[in-house]
Write a protein that binds this ligand. Structure first.
Ligand SMILES: [Zn+2]
Ligand SMILES: [Zn+2]
Ligand SMILES: [Zn+2]
Ligand SMILES: [Zn+2]
Ligand SMILES: [Zn+2]
Ligand SMILES: [Zn+2]
Ligand SMILES: [Zn+2]
Length: 265
C-alpha cells in the first residue's frame, strides 16, 4: 500500500518492479502498469518482438503455455539440427529443437557402386547409420552408400559401359574421392545429385572444377599436337627443297658434262 500524502508537482518517485520510472507527476494511489516499449527475442532468436514493459512482465510470470505462444515469432525455426545437414522445420518454438530422428527431409542413398539410387527420409538414414556405424550423425559431404549392390550392379560394372560413360564415371569418382578426403568422412560418400541446394552446389562446383581441368588438359594436348604437326611439315618442306637442289645440281652437272665432252657418250 502506497502511503497517501499531499500531492506535489515533482515527478512520481514511487519505485516500480521494472527499471522504468513512473512518467506521471506525483499522484495519489498506485502507478499505472509500465507502458514503456520493450523488445524481446523470440524462441528462435531471429526476430525481436515488441511488447509493453508490463505486458512482457505478465507473460514472463504467466503460464508456460502462454510464454511458448507469445514468444514465438511464428516463422520457421531454421536452426541447424545437430546430426544432419538440415534445418529445423518447426514453427519458432520454445526449448531445444525436436529430436533429429524426426527429420523428414529426403536424401538420395546409393549402393557402393552407385548404380542403385533411392530417396530416404533423413530419420530413416540416421537410423540406418546408427545401426551400421553406431552413430547417426552425417553432413552434406557424406556419401550415403546404404543400399546393397544387386546382381544388376555387377553386370553394369563389368560390361556395357561406353567409353564416354566410363570417363564420366571416372570423373565422378575423382570428385567423390576429393570430397571424402576433404571431410575425412570414412566410408560414407556424397550423393552428387542431392535435393538440398547447398549440397548440390558444392558437389557441382567440385565436378565443374574437375571438368574444367580436364578441358584445359585436352586443349593443351591439342595445341601440342598442332605444334608437332607444324614442325613435321616444315621439316618435310626443307627436305624437299634440299632434294630439289640436289636433283637440279645433278641435272646441271650432266648437261655441262655433255657439253664439255660430247664425243664420249
Ligand atoms: Zn509528491
Ligand atoms: Zn517498465
Ligand atoms: Zn507513479
Ligand atoms: Zn522465432
Ligand atoms: Zn535431417
Ligand atoms: Zn527448432
Ligand atoms: Zn551397386
Amino acid at each position: 500500500e502506497v502511503q497517501e500524502c499531499e500531492t506535489c508537482t515533482l515527478p512520481c518517485q514511487v519505485e516500480r518492479p521494472c527499471k522504468h520510472a513512473c512518467p506521471k507527476r506525483c499522484h495519489p494511489g498506485q502507478c499505472d502498469p509500465c507502458a514503456q516499449p520493450v523488445e524481446s527475442a523470440c524462441h528462435c532468436k531471429r526476430t525481436q518482438l515488441n511488447f509493453l514493459c508490463s505486458e512482457l512482465a505478465t507473460i514472463a510470470s504467466g503460464a508456460p503455455y502462454e510464454q511458448k505462444r507469445r514468444l514465438s515469432c511464428g516463422k520457421v525455426c531454421h536452426k541447424q539440427l545437430p546430426n544432419c545437414p538440415h534445418a529445423c522445420a518447426r514453427t519458432c518454438h520454445a526449448g531445444v529443437c525436436p529430436e533429429e530422428e524426426s527429420c523428414e527431409e529426403l536424401e538420395n542413398v546409393r549402393c557402393p557402386c552407385k548404380r542403385r539410387k533411392e530417396k530416404w527420409a533423413c530419420k530413416q538414414i540416421q537410423g540406418a547409420l546408427l545401426a551400421r556405424d553406431g552413430k547417426r550423425s552425417y553432413t552434406a559431404a557424406t556419401i550415403l552408400r546404404l543400399l546393397e549392390c544387386d546382381t544388376q550392379c555387377g553386370k553394369a560394372a563389368s560390361s556395357s559401359l561406353k567409353p564416354s560413360e566410363q570417363t564420366a564415371a571416372a570423373k565422378n569418382e575423382t570428385a567423390d574421392n576429393a570430397k571424402v578426403g576433404e571431410t575425412s568422412a570414412a566410408e560414407y560418400t556424397t550423393l552428387e545429385d542431392s535435393t538440398s541446394r547447398s549440397k548440390l552446389s558444392k558437389a557441382d562446383k567440385q565436378r565443374e572444377r574437375e571438368e574444367r581441368r580436364l578441358a584445359r588438359l585436352a586443349a593443351q594436348e591439342e595445341a601440342d599436337a598442332k605444334k608437332a604437326m607444324k614442325a613435321r611439315l616444315q621439316l618435310a618442306k626443307k627436305v624437299l627443297a634440299v632434294l630439289l637442289l640436289i636433283i637440279g645440281g645433278l641435272g646441271c652437272g650432266l648437261i655441262l658434262f655433255r657439253v664439255a665432252a660430247p664425243g664420249d657418250l
